[in-house]
Design a protein around this ligand. Structure first.
Ligand SMILES: [Fe+2]
Length: 256
């Protein structure tokens, strides 16, 4: 089994950059490229050479660093087929079912539209790790900017169905605000209350709250829990379908 080293670092206002290093083959992938200087500084710190950029979606805070990195480093840019024309450089366009090889590591592509129409996530089954961009956040989810609630819900369901021990890397540090919002939707969830407190402590100490574990999200992320009776009762929702309840929770977060 290949051994990967995954290095996460904060950049821009509240983004995370992530480098995935495959030591055996000497390959390094940057998950998105929020900021070329920050990515270069972290590569230098680790003594790694950038060989791949894996793009989740077209937003500038995930792609702005691509041209400068591509100009200086001999790297291949892989990104979503459906957004290839909105991303500065794409060498290989991918979608659901495609596999990317990083040395001996196989990275699977999942279509996870909703935040943007072509948003994709990257999943490494052998390492039980996934990079979900702006689809899922710790105790939150991305804004549904281009798709609709049903589409976003299907994407979240797809991520929820990965092995529960999956480590999830997300595009942003929004955890504290998400925890506070989550408590307004499911105030009696003890796991959520506990997690909110530990997140508060972590942020007060300047520590990241990501990556997160899928099993923790399933217990504490209200956006993944529209089926839960306590949430439905609390919202006094008349909806039957999970995606509609999800939509109601998302709408409330937009106004929070
Ligand atoms: Fe985004």
């Amino acid at each position: 089994m290949p051994t990967l080293e995954i290095h996460q670092f904060p950049c821009l206002k509240d983004n995370y950059g992530v480098l995935v290093h495959e030591a055996e083959a000497g390959l390094t992938a940057s998950i998105d490229a929020p900021d070329a200087d920050a990515v270069k500084a972290e590569l230098a710190k680790k003594g790694w050479q950038l060989t791949h950029i894996l793009v989740t979606h077209h937003h500038a805070d995930h792609t702005a660093g691509i041209p400068a990195l591509k100009a200086e480093q001999d790297c291949i840019v892989i990104g979503p087929k459906a957004e290839a024309d909105r991303i500065p450089v794409i060498d290989r366009a991918v979608g659901e079912g495609d596999t990317i090889e990083l040395g001996n590591t196989r990275i699977k592509v999942l279509d996870t539209p909703g935040h943007t129409l072509g948003h994709i996530s990257y999943w490494i089954p052998e390492e039980t790790v996934a990079f979900v961009g702006d689809t899922l956040f710790a105790m939150g989810c991305g804004r549904v900017l281009e798709g609709d609630h049903e589409m976003m819900w299907q994407s979240l369901k797809k991520i929820s169905a990965l092995p529960p021990e999956t480590e999830i890397y997300c595009g942003h540090e929004y955890t504290l605000a998400n925890a506070q919002f989550g408590l307004t939707i499911e105030p009696d969830n003890d796991a959520l209350k506990e997690r909110a407190q530990s997140v508060e402590r972590a942020r007060a100490a300047g520590k990241p709250t990501l990556p997160t574990k899928l099993s923790d999200e399933l217990r504490t992320n209200v956006f993944l829990r529209p089926h839960v009776t306590a949430i439905r009762k609390h919202l006094k929702t008349r909806f039957e379908a999970d995606w509609r309840v999800f939509g109601e929770i998302r709408e409330r977060k937009n106004k929070a």
